[in-house]
Ligand binder design. Sequence first.
Ligand SMILES: Nc1ncnc2c1ncn2[C@@H]1O[C@H](COP(=O)(O)OP(=O)(O)OP(=O)(O)O)[C@@H](O)[C@H]1O
Ligand SMILES: [Mg+2]
Length: 627
Amino acid sequence: MAEYLPILIVGSIIGVFTLIFVIAFFCIKNKKAAIGYDRHMPDKEIISRLLVYAKPFWKDFVVVFFIMLLSIGHNILSPLLVGHIEELVKGQFQLSTLFALVAFYGVILLISLVCTYAQALILQKTGQKILSKLRLDIFTHIESLSHEQLNNIPVGKLVTRVTNDTNAISMMFTNVLVTMVKNCMVLFGVLISMLVINYGMTLVLLCFVPFVVLFTVIFRKFSRKAHRAVTDSRTDLNTFLSENLSGMKITQIFNRETAKMDEFHTKSVALTKARRQRMFVFGIFRPMVYMLYISTVLCLLYLGAKSYIQDFTLLGQVITSGTVVTFYMYASRFFDPIQTLAEQFDTLQSAFASSEKIFTILDMVPEVVDEPDAIDLPQIRGEIEFKDVWFAYKPDEWVLQGVSFKVEPKQTVAFVGSTGSGKTTILSLICRNYDIQKGQILIDGIDIKKIKISSLRRHFGQMLQDVFLFSGTIRSNILLRMEGVSDEEVMEACRYVNADSFITKLEAGLDEPVRERGNNFSAGQRQLLSFARTIIHKPSVMILDEATANIDTETEVLIQDSLEKMKNIGTMLIVAHRLSTIQHSDNIILLSHGKILEQGTHQELLAQKGRYYNLYTLQYHKQQLSQ
Ligand SMILES: Nc1ncnc2c1ncn2[C@@H]1O[C@H](COP(=O)(O)OP(=O)(O)OP(=O)(O)O)[C@@H](O)[C@H]1O
Ligand SMILES: [Mg+2]
């Protein structure tokens, strides 16, 4: 009995731990939610779609596979060699044989190192290529989404998709999948080698495998939940960050720093907590597998010692000291891959989750697309007609209700009306940023749905309510990557819209750096730059949304002057709150709650003594008072 005591002790310890684990697992409430089974795309579909990205590099993967085979040789052969050395030292010692064995060991070690290096090199290169293709695809796809679709996804989320998620996938190709294959091959090789050397000892080692499998299965359930929590908290934090960094000035102006910091702190703590929980799960699993490994080693040593003292045989096989040494080394080579496989399975799961998120974005069908018979329109005269247009951003919440008007080529038409009456909406419908639900919008008598979107938008120059400047230089912001335009032409455009007055005063002129969102320029200067950007692209129709809302009198005069000049270029649609800006328009359309209330020239509308008349007199008196 006493001789089985060590085995009994080891067995009881493992048994107790297993029991604790099983009980803990069955105690999880609502398993599906806890484990994070909320993926909708089947693994098979994800794999086949991912393979499309790996396919062009199949040759690289084949090369890596063969290199891997070579590097595995070290894992399988080195325990055998060390076992031989042990036998040699114990038995008939020959220095020359020892040298030969050590030299052989050195060679396979060197081969393994070189192979591992080459493999890492090839995989990194391939991984980066896959990554850049994925990033490009997702970015291009985001570009094709409609304004409505883009409004529905927070920018932070998109950034996470393009950076973190694509990275997770590339990691899977370069690291996880390859090590998984390698580990499986090592496991298989080690097993065969062990069986050949001593099947009795192999069976003893295999007795521990069911426990490893059990621990692994349970571990995976916990770790998946932990992983999911980390990714969700990270996306949440990214979204919060990207929004709040853009809006930091507002936070400062309204003195909300403390409140925002608290909010950020909560999210940051959530991420830390999620990471800690993940570490906790891994922290339990690793020692568990280590415990099994140590137990196995103890058993092997016990059997080895027993056979040394008592001439003991296991299933009719003698256990030599060389066998014990070899098995001791194999045991770690056997348990390590199992542990890594279990842990990497999780990374694989999270890569799948990332893939699903990316594919969900790639699967978003762009809402505003070219119809099959859409035509190219190289030139337009600039005639625009709305025929009983009905439009709603959200179902049944009509923003435009039966709007009809016509703009002749080269005319200037102004839209006025209270906030939220639908002015900006009308302008964005003309460029087909959204599709209308009822009615027709015609350009030169052709329905805009029948015109290719790129061809349609080429004819419009939009100067929006909120001018967006990219970081770069003044030149890059005016040209927006348009090629073949000389500096002289750029300056000419600037002169035309009076932007030269401030550009020439700048130290670097057109090369003056523009910081993110153009925050080193005033609102009026940004507006003038957007004018220059518009006219250099030579549009047939110019769209201007409230250009004169928030600028000083001096800049307003400049803008007024450039507007007058721009009217000569083509059709012009203006939204303005200051009626003085649009007095000379050919037609003024007054909107209220998405309907046209009045339309006509300034004089005609004044004569009607309706809403426009009231608005104008109100503004006129206000102006008189302020002077
Ligand atoms: N992307 C959107 N999603 C949902 N509703 C929107 C969206 N954009 C605008 N709206 C709604 O449509 C209505 C018209 O908005 P629009 O921007 O056209 O007004 P506007 O006349 O330009 O106002 P302002 O003079 O303040 O610029 C508003 O009630 C607004 O709430
Ligand atoms: Mg508006």
